[in-house]
Ligand binder design. Structure first.
Ligand code: ZN
Length: 84
């Protein structure tokens, strides 16, 4: 045991629309496929985007704080989130 509390690892990826690395959010597309989207502008990120995990410090550098991270993709299980 090496101590240290686990930090949530969230992916970040470059968003062309934002022109910077952004926190990746997840959404369902029209075919109800899970797609990565920009947490800032909601643009769909390419499937081959260079996603990588970010720790809390990395997120802070990107201007996100964990307090503002909207969950971890859970909560809207069935996809009936009032979209549409
Ligand atoms: Zn964006």
């Amino acid at each position: 045991m090496s101590g240290g509390r686990p930090e949530p690892l969230l992916p970040v990826a470059p968003c062309a629309a934002c022109g910077t690395d952004v926190l990746v959010a997840w959404d369902l597309d029209e075919a109800e496929e899970l797609v990565a989207v920009c947490a800032r502008c909601n643009a769909v990120l390419p499937a081959d985007a260079d996603r990588r995990p970010a720790d809390a410090d990395g997120l802070r550098e990107l201007g996100f704080t964990l307090d503002e991270v909207p969950g971890d993709g859970g909560g809207c299980g069935g996809g009936g989130c009032g979209r549409g």
